[in-house]
Design a protein around this ligand. Structure first.
Ligand code: KG4
Ligand code: ZN
Length: 335
């Protein structure tokens, strides 16, 4: 059985073909058209421009995904699409495209939640992964701790109250003069910091499993402004090292509380664009080893937005018979 999947919730237009044979999932193609170059000059994603760029790219990447998978629409059994959460105008492009294809070719249409998609990247990389587990998803738009009871049932138990983790990386990188999105560049630069600057934690100091990444970001911005006023050279690497250290240790703090409160959970699954952060990956390896937990992380190519992860999540929806008709809508929030 084969699924053609689409993703356009933010600034990547993506299409993929996945095959499930004898219970084994294979990614036959995974095409991502990134808009980073378009948005870089604005220092962030411009929603209107993102929607237009999705419209331009989506037909071409669909051909490419089918061609790479050596398929025609006759070989496709269902069509999946991210319909929440994300930028509404961006989501609507792939939703309408998928609806039209499903209607024209009379294929079942499967709506997929983007966050469940990020988690599902791990089912591609680790076929042995089984729920229940704790999921930590961090990207440019989301930061959530979820109890994954089964692949379709995610219970939100913690998250950010303001900026997403990736967003804070990008904003800090931007004021340090790095091009958008600067998360990966900060990750690298942090290794050069010999005297990491101390920044406040993003773990909210209360009983919740919540984060506030805006506080840590503001502390970095204030420090950079002070240093600029003094006219001295910015200790860029030490700032990067301090910021990364504070961000990563905040995650460890809240995940520690999470596992203390959920003793039935023995597995941690990381997902989202920030899952590519090498410091976070190393810290989580140590954290899970110390606590005797299992850790699953997606391969780097499946951390950022892609359609293969949407296809992987869609197989569970297909099995559950969760199909949409042509009235399918898109939602900015998680449904
Ligand atoms: O999942 P994603 O592609 O898009 C959203 O759903 O938002 O995540 C993109 C985010 C950006 O904020 C980017 O800076 C961040 O992931 N990111 C990283 C790294 N690689 C990508 N953040 C920290 N370290 C990295 N190595
Ligand atoms: Zn994402």
């Amino acid at each position: 059985m084969r699924i053609l999947a689409f993703e356009s919730s933010c600034d990547e237009t993506a299409a993929a073909v996945l095959e499930r044979k004898d219970g084994k999932l294979t990614v036959l193609s995974n095409i991502v058209a990134s808009q980073i170059a378009i948005h870089a000059k604005f220092g962030g994603v411009v929603p209107e421009i993102a929607s237009r760029a999705h419209s331009e790219a989506i037909s071409g990447i669909t051909y490419e995904a089918l061609e790479t998978a050596k398929c025609t629409m006759d070989d496709i059994d269902a069509i999946a699409v991210t319909n929440n959460p994300g930028l509404i105008g961006a989501l609507l492009v792939a939703v309408n495209f998928a609806k039209s294809l499903a209607y024209a070719y009379q294929k079942p249409l499967i709506p997929v939640n983007h966050i469940k998609g990020h988690i599902a990247a791990n089912y591609i990389c680790h076929p042995e992964l089984k729920a229940p587990f704790i999921g930590f998803i961090a990207s440019g738009g989301h930061t959530s701790i979820v109890r994954v009871e089964d692949p379709r049932t995610h219970v939100l138990i913690g998250g950010t109250r303001d900026d997403a983790m990736g967003e804070s990386f990008d904003k800090v990188a931007r004021v340090m003069g790095m091009p958008y999105p600067g998360g990966a560049a900060l990750d690298k630069l942090a290794y050069e910091g010999k005297n990491p600057v101390k920044f406040p934690s993003a773990a909210v100091r209360d009983d919740t499993l919540d984060f506030s990444f805006s506080g840590i970001k503001t502390a970095v911005l204030n420090l950079i402004n002070q240093e600029k006023q003094k006219g001295g050279e910015l200790p860029r690497a030490d700032i990067a090292a301090g910021f990364v250290e504070a961000a990563v240790s905040s995650v460890i703090t809240k995940l520690g509380m999470t596992f203390d409160r959920n003793p039935d959970m023995k597995t941690l699954v990381l997902a989202g664009g920030v899952a590519a952060n090498s410091h976070l990956r190393t810290a989580l390896e140590k954290f899970t080893k110390k606590r005797g937990l299992k850790l699953y992380m997606p391969d780097l190519c499946y951390c950022g937005d892609n359609a293969a992860m949407i296809g992987a999540a869609a197989f569970f929806e297909y099995d559950a018979g969760n199909f949409a008709d042509v009235s399918l809508n898109a939602y900015a929030y998680s449904v």
